[in-house]
Design a protein around this ligand. Structure first.
Ligand code: ADP
Length: 510
C-alpha cells in the first residue's frame, strides 16, 4: 500500500516527466485549506528536480492579477467549451515561474468564478467545475501540449480521467497521457443530480445502479474519477487504508476496495522555509534544538499578545484549526470543564462553523483566566501559537494528512492527537513506543480518552522535564520536507505511465 521511497533518476532528461497538475486552489493565489499548500509545494519540488509542470486553476475573483503578475494569453484566442448544451467562452491567464520549468494557468470565466467564495452551494456548482475541467483540456489542446501525467485533485478535477476516456479517446493528442487522482478529503464527493451527466456531455448509459456514474442516485464526480483514473492516491498511508472501510469511506469504501491495488498513500510534506523555527519570518525569536531557550521567549510574546493575564510558567495548549465537524473540537465541550481548575492554559485560533466558533468564544468568556480564543484566519498568530505553546491539540474525528501536527513536531510543541489518518502516521505515542515517541495519541474518539491522554501528557511535562525535552527533540528532528514526498509521487507517476502504456499495448493487440 505504502510506496517506499525510491531513488529518483537524477537529471537524465529522458527520465523527466511532463506533468499537468489540476487543482481548485493553490497558494499564494488562493487558499482555503491544505490542498492549496500541496498545490504550490509539490509542483515546485517537481520542477526543481527538472520535471516540466503546468498547474491549472480557476481565476477566481479573489485572485489578485496585478499582485501576482498574471499575464493574459491572447495567443490562444477566445476559447469556448460546450457546457449544458451551449457554448461557454473563457480566457486564459498565466504566470511563468522564474528559473523553473513551471507555469501556472488560470481559467478565466467571470460568469462562474466571480463569486463571494471559491466554493459555493449555488445551484450551478457542478457547471463551475465542469467548465474548469473542460477548459483545462481545451487549453492544452490549443497549446498542443499533452502531459505524461494528469495529476487531478479532489472532486473538482476528478472528471478529467473520465473526459479523457469518454470524450477524447478518438483524439490522438492525449492518447498517451496517464492519470492520477489524489483524494485529499473523502468527505467532499461532488455529488449532483444525474442531469449533470448530460450537462457534461458524458454518456448517460454509464448511469445505472452500481455503475461508474451512479452514487446513491446521484452523479458523483469523485466516484467517477475513482473508477476511471489509472492510479489513485491519498495523503497518508493510514488514510488510504481507512477510506476502504465503511467507517471512514463516506460511502465510497466499496468502490475503493475494488481499486485497492491502485490506491497509495503519500504523506504531504510541509514548507520548511516558512514553517521552520530557525527561520520563521513570523516569530520574534528563532530557535533550534540547541537554542531552546528562545522557545520560552516566544511563549512570553504569545501570552503578551493574546491574554497577558496568563502565567508563562504554566503549560499552555494551542489549537489552530478549521472549525469543522471533522476536527473534533466538540470534544472540548466536556474536556475543558475538566481542566479549568487545573494549572493549564488554552489558546485557540480558528474559524468555521458557527456552533464551534460560539462554543470557543463562550469558553473564553467563561474561563478568561484559562482560555483565550481568537476567531478568524490569522497566519501570523498561527505561527506564534505553534512556536509559543508547549502542547498542540488535534482531536480529529478523521484527518487525511494534517499539516499542523508536523509543524508543531518540528517546533518542539508536543502534539496531542487522535490516532487517525496522517496523525497516526506522524505522531508516535510515547507510551506505545518509549524509544521513538514524539507525542501523544489517543485511539477512541471520546472526551474520556482525550482527558486521560492530556492528564498523562501534563504529568510528564510537570514531573519529568528531561523526558519531556527528549520527546520535543525527537519531534524537532523529524524530516517532513517535500523532497521525500515528491520522490514518492514521481514513483507513482511512473507507475501510472507504465500502466497506461500496458493498456495501450493490450488495446492494439485486440
Ligand atoms: P485542513 O486542510 O483540513 O484545514 P491541514 O492541517 O491539512 O487541515 O491544513 C490547514 C492549514 O491551514 C494549515 O497550514 C494551518 O496552519 C492553516 N490554518 C487553519 N486554520 C487557520 C486559522 N484560523 N488561521 C491561520 N491558519 C490556519
Amino acid at each position: 500500500m505504502f510506496l517506499e521511497s525510491a531513488g529518483q533518476s537524477g537529471r537524465d532528461e529522458s527520465s523527466m516527466l511532463s506533468i499537468c497538475f489540476v487543482t481548485s486552489e493553490c497558494t499564494p493565489f488562493v487558499k482555503t485549506g491544505g490542498l492549496a499548500d500541496v498545490s504550490e509545494a509539490l509542483p515546485k519540488a517537481m520542477a526543481r528536480s527538472g520535471h516540466r509542470v503546468k498547474v491549472f486553476l480557476p481565476l477566481y475573483k479573489q485572485i489578485d492579477r496585478t499582485k501576482h503578475r498574471l499575464q493574459p494569453l491572447p495567443s490562444l484566442g477566445q476559447k469556448t467549451v460546450t457546457l449544458a448544451g451551449r457554448l461557454e467562452p473563457f480566457a486564459v491567464w498565466m504566470r511563468k515561474e522564474p528559473r523553473l520549468p513551471l507555469e501556472f494557468y488560470f481559467i478565466d470565466c467571470p460568469r462562474y468564478f466571480h463569486r463571494d467564495s471559491i466554493y459555493t452551494n449555488d445551484s450551478d456548482e457542478d457547471e463551475r467545475f465542469l467548465l474548469f475541467q473542460k477548459a483545462t483540456l481545451r487549453t492544452l489542446e490549443g497549446l498542443r501540449w499533452a502531459p505524461d501525467i494528469f495529476h487531478c485533485n479532489d472532486w473538482q478535477t476528478a472528471l478529467i480521467p473520465v473526459f479523457l476516456k469518454e470524450t477524447y479517446s478518438e483524439i490522438p493528442l492525449f492518447s498517451r497521457s496517464a492519470t492520477l487522482l489524489t483524494i485529499h478529503n473523502i468527505g467532499y464527493k461532488g455529488s449532483f443530480s444525474p442531469e449533470t451527466i448530460a450537462k457534461a456531455g458524458l454518456p448517460m448509459d454509464r448511469y445505472f445502479p452500481g455503475g461508474p456514474f451512479e452514487f446513491f442516485q446521484t452523479f458523483s464526480f469523485l466516484k467517477a474519477g475513482i473508477v476511471y483514473a489509472d492510479v489513485l492516491s491519498t495523503v497518508s498511508p493510514t488514510y488510504a487504508l481507512e477510506i476502504q472501510t465503511p467507517e471512514y469511506g463516506s460511502g465510497l469504501d466499496g468502490v475503493l476496495r475494488t481499486r485497492a491495488k491502485d490506491l497509495f498513500g503519500i504523506l504531504n510534506g510541509i514548507d520548511t522555509r516558512t514553517w521552520n523555527p530557525r527561520t520563521d519570518p513570523f516569530i520574534p525569536f528563532h530557535y533550534s534544538a540547541r537554542r531552546l531557550q528562545n522557545k520560552a521567549r516566544n511563549k512570553a510574546v504569545l501570552i503578551e499578545r493574546t491574554q497577558p493575564s496568563f502565567d508563562c510558567t504554566l503549560p499552555t495548549i494551542g489549537l489552530v484549526s478549521r472549525l469543522a465537524y471533522q476536527k473534533g473540537v466538540d470534544l472540548l465541550e466536556t474536556v475543558l470543564p475538566a481542566f479549568v481548575d487545573k494549572p493549564v492554559q488554552w489558546i485557540f485560533l480558528g474559524t468555521g462553523e458557527e456552533r464551534y466558533e460560539a462554543f470557543l468564544r463562550q469558553a473564553a468568556e467563561r474561563y478568561p483566566h484559562r482560555v483565550h480564543t481568537c476567531i478568524g484566519f490569522n497566519n501570523e498568530l498561527a505561527h506564534l501559537i505553534t512556536a509559543g505553546c508547549d502542547l498542540f491539540l488535534m482531536p480529529s474525528r478523521y484527518e487525511p494528512c494534517g499539516l499542523n501536527q508536523m509543524y508543531s513536531l518540528n517546533y518542539g510543541t508536543v502534539p496531542v492527537v487522535r490516532k487517525t489518518g496522517g496523525l497516526a502516521d506522524t505522531v508516535i505515542d510515547i507510551d506505545e513506543n518509549p524509544d521513538r515517541g514524539n507525542g501523544f495519541a489517543f485511539v477512541r474518539f471520546s472526551p474520556e480518552a482525550l482527558i486521560d491522554k492530556l492528564h498523562y501528557a501534563l504529568r510528564i511535562f510537570v514531573e519529568e522535564p528531561a523526558r519531556w525535552r527528549q520527546i520535543m527533540l525527537r519531534g524537532m528532528s523529524e524530516d517532513f520536507s517535500w523532497d521525500r514526498s515528491a520522490r514518492q509521487y514521481v514513483e507513482l507517476y511512473q507507475r501510472a505511465v507504465s500502466k497506461k502504456q500496458a493498456s495501450q499495448v493490450l488495446q492494439t493487440q485486440n
